[in-house]
Write a protein that binds this ligand. Structure first.
Ligand SMILES: C=C(O[C@@H]1C=C(C(=O)O)C=C[C@H]1O)C(=O)O
Length: 356
């Protein structure tokens, strides 16, 4: 068979695919009509995750999981955009890792609204100026993002999905490597690349800025003074910088977990994670008694963080992630038990425990 013949077959398949995509969008529209009638939200993270898991299994590795997720992310995004004017607030500015994480979850067809700080992301969603918000919660090298944890204490919002992103920072500049005297970046990125900096630029000045995009802008504007930035490819592209070295983070698998926040949490998918926060009474053994609730109901606790309560000195709030959904019998029973030991228990949400 010659090239032309094969290309004709591809054209025919693309025509069929387009027809199928339009038919799929018509059905999503029908779902949208039913949801509007019943007062339900258009975006359904649990259904999206189940659609993806079914297709990944069906593909049996022919198209890898990453590709199926990326392709269907855009198919679902386009269909959602036809249904509703979805707006996603994220910790800006444009081009940051949080922006990339938001696109990974919601695709390119919805509207995005960058916010200057964490509190504004929560606020935009709470005031219904945005439908959902995207914020980082923890990094596998640097640990918790405490701003996000603190905001959950007084927020009425819930977690409805998580996004895991491999973070590959690079060195970017518009000058040659030998001329670099100052490195600009976000403090988290400096933390993730500590050994690389010590080895490669032990004498450089490190200047902390509010985002990797801001760092890229400063590297462009101060090139004559020997400025370079550390961050992701989107930031380099936005300010026309060259990536002088890629993947400079100390741990190759450096990953950040982001959360999607909205008014409601997410229904069960069969493989879920639940986040809660609690404050213990100030008496001996209270933390142990609280944690025993999870052991008693055989619940796997995958994470615990503590933060000052900011209400009383030396009083703490604990953040815990559990395997399971809050509607599961055991998880519900453990949370019920927790109430008997704590002065405050708050369910932040249950959401699909996806590795991607
Ligand atoms: C069509 C639905 O609504 C939205 C679109 C989906 C899709 O394109 O498959 C899946 C879930 C929702 O975000 C649905 O809930 O089934």
């Amino acid at each position: 068979m010659n090239l032309d013949d094969i290309r004709k077959q591809i054209d025919a398949i693309d025509t069929d695919l387009l027809d199928l995509l339009n038919r799929r969008a018509d059905l999503v529209h029908e779902v949208g009509v039913v949801k509007k009638r019943d007062g339900l939200q258009i975006y359904a993270p649990e259904r999206e995750e189940l659609v993806l898991r079914r297709l990944i299994e069906k593909s049996q590795g022919r198209l890898p999981e990453k590709s199926i997720r990326a392709i269907y992310r855009e198919i679902m995004s386009a269909a959602l955009a036809l249904e509703d004017d979805l707006k996603i607030a994220y910790l800006g500015p444009e081009g940051t890792w949080t922006h990339q994480a938001a696109i990974k979850k919601f695709g390119h067809s919805v509207n995005y609204s960058p916010q200057p700080n964490f509190a504004d992301v929560f606020d935009q969603v709470a005031r219904r100026r945005a439908d959902y918000g995207v914020v980082p919660i923890e990094n596998s090298t640097e640990g918790a993002v405490s701003h996000t944890l603190d905001l959950f204490v007084d927020s009425p919002l819930h977690i409805c999905a998580q996004i895991l992103m491999r973070i590959e920072n690079g060195l970017m500049a518009s000058i040659p490597r030998e001329e670099i005297k100052t490195l600009y970046s976000h403090p988290q990125v400096f933390g993730q690349c500590r050994s690389w900096i010590l080895k490669n630029f032990p004498d450089a000045d490190l200047v902390e800025v509010s985002s990797t995009t801001k760092a890229a802008q400063l590297a462009r504007d101060n090139a004559a003074q020997g400025a370079a930035a550390m961050g992701g490819p989107l930031a380099a592209e936005m300010y026309g910088l060259t990536m002088l070295e890629e993947a400079i983070q100390d741990r190759a698998t450096n990953t950040t977990r982001f959360l999607v926040i909205g008014e409601k949490t997410c229904p069960p998918t069969g493989n879920d994670r639940t986040s809660i926060l609690f404050a213990i009474q100030d008496k001996p053994g209270s933390l142990v008694s609280a944690l025993q609730a999870f052991d008693q109901f055989h619940i796997n606790m995958s994470k615990i963080e503590s933060r000052p309560s900011k209400r009383k000195d030396w009083e703490y709030i604990f953040y815990v992630d559990l395997a399971g959904h809050c509607e599961d019998k055991e998880v519900a029973a453990a949370i019920g038990e927790l109430h008997t030991h704590c002065s405050l228990v708050k369910l932040l949400g249950s959401y699909p425990d996806t590795g991607e």
